[in-house]
Design a protein around this ligand. Structure first.
Ligand code: S3P
Length: 182
């Protein structure tokens, strides 16, 4: 009989843009029968416009308020893997709210890996006009302390297959006994 891990809490994936949160979230959903949510998608739905349009029309602080509202809503979710926008845990209140119902997993990758993944997209206003490894490395470093402080678990993703990353996440979370077998 297959033993599956039944997470009582949500898994919130945090980390820099392009680190692979959505890809890992899809994999966790498929392998472990979880629900899936994405703060950016919740914002797009609530506002009825694309992230780039929200930034362009209303500016970043407005976007961050939308993001905090999306994070608040997540408390109603169960057994859900959540991809958090790369800036979501820069606000302390979002970290505190995420922690109420989620284990927080930080995914990391080298700036060069990030650049490869994001360079052909113009959907990330924070990086538009700054599509280079120096800018990514600098912003990543500025955010590092907050990412690390928010995380219950940190997983490096460079050179790993997505399935292996998912397995690593589940094994590590399982070690800390907040999950049960069924
Ligand atoms: C942002 C990351 C984006 C999105 C917005 C701002 C950031 O999400 O929320 O463009 O400040 O890091 P992804 O991390 O999913 O790209």
């Amino acid at each position: 009989m297959e033993t599956k891990i039944l997470f009582q809490e949500n898994i919130a994936l945090i980390g820099f843009m392009g680190v692979g949160k959505s890809t890992v979230a899809h994999c966790l959903r498929d392998r472990y029968g979880m629900e899936e949510a994405e703060t950016d998608a919740m914002i797009v739905e609530a506002e009825g416009m694309a992230i780039t349009d929200i930034f362009a029309r209303y500016g970043e602080p407005y976007f961050r308020d939308c993001e905090s509202r999306a994070v608040l809503k997540l408390q109603q979710y169960q057994r859900t893997v959540i991809s958090c926008g790369g800036g979501a845990v820069m606000r302390e209140e979002n970290v505190a709210n995420l922690k109420k119902s989620s284990r927080i997993v930080l995914l990391t990758a080298a700036p060069e890996t990030i650049l490869e993944r994001v360079k052909n997209s113009d959907a990330r206003p924070i990086l538009n006009g700054h599509m280079n490894v120096e800018y990514i490395a600098e912003l990543m470093e500025k955010r590092r302390e907050k990412y690390e402080a928010a995380a219950d678990l940190k997983i490096a993703t460079d050179g790993k297959k997505v399935e292996d990353i998912c397995q690593e996440i589940v094994e590590e979370l399982n070690k800390s006994s907040r999950s049960v077998d069924r």
